[in-house]
Design a protein around this ligand. Structure first.
Ligand code: SAM
Length: 233
């Protein structure tokens, strides 16, 4: 395989476009190829066209926002179980472990799960698709960071939100980060939906929004929505 560093990040856009044209698009295949091609770089899970430094800076911003939101709602994480849904290579899983949560990370990309396991992060990593998630236990917090917009198909999106809701313990929390603006196709692997559409699907899954904030990732010029949800039924 040609090492990731051999290509400028912008060249990946063209390569991925050629590889994955709708309607043959397979999200799982897309992520397997991307994780393998960009292994060892944050472009695998961050923004594919940004430099490593820019991705690192954006992850710092995301990490701070998520840490603050978690600690505001869960002041004492030790003893609390957290599910990192769509954990990628475990970049944010590390934060949850540092805060003292008992963490389970799931992702449908085998390469990502293997990388996370090899990184020695003290979490239980499992290979699973969110739309069919059935871990047989509930969590005190479910974090879903930059994943839901990658469920391009509306039915898969609804199934994933439903499955995630079933993994949140009654009265416990979920934290979701995504760009919640209506945008039919921002890329073949991405389908952005408004906050209102998210809210409707969350409600069906028994999840009510109890806090909402926005922050900007300057390098990609994107506004991110961070919502904290509570399971009501
Ligand atoms: C943009 S990355 C974000 C990873 C991680 N949450 C982070 O913020 O570092 C999206 C991740 O979601 C995973 N993913 C996408 N769709 C998924 C699905 N339906 N089920 C499970 N994982 C999925 C991809 O494999 C990828 O690792």
């Amino acid at each position: 395989m040609v090492p990731a560093a051999a290509f400028h990040p912008r060249q990946w856009t063209g390569i991925f476009r050629k590889l994955f044209r709708a309607p043959e698009f397979s999200a799982q295949k897309y992520w397997e190829v991307r994780h393998a091609a960009m292994a060892g770089t944050l472009a695998a899970v961050g923004h594919a066209q940004l430099s490593e430094t820019a991705n690192q800076e954006q992850y710092c911003v995301k990490r701070d926002r998520i840490r603050n939101a978690l600690l505001r709602h869960v002041p004492s994480p030790p003893g609390c179980r957290l599910l990192d849904a769509g954990c990628g290579v475990g970049e944010l899983t590390k934060l949850y472990v540092e805060l003292g949560f008992e963490v389970t990370g799931v992702d449908f990309t085998e390469t990502a799960i293997n990388t996370a396991r090899q990184a020695g992060i003290a979490a239980d990593f499992q290979h699973a698709a969110l739309e069919r998630l059935s871990l047989g236990r509930c969590f005190d917090v479910v974090c879903v960071i930059d994943v839901l917009q990658h469920l391009v198909d509306d039915e898969a999106f609804a199934c994933a939100v439903g499955a995630l809701g079933r993994h949140v313990r009654m009265d416990s929390l979920a934290v979701v980060v995504d760009s919640m603006v209506e945008q039919d196709v921002c890329a073949t692997h991405c389908r952005r939906r408004s906050l209102t559409r998210h809210e409707a699907e969350f409600r069906i899954a028994g999840l009510e929004i109890i806090a909402h904030e926005q922050f900007v990732l300057t390098h990609e010029n994107a506004t991110k929505d961070l919502v904290v949800l509570q399971r009501r039924f």
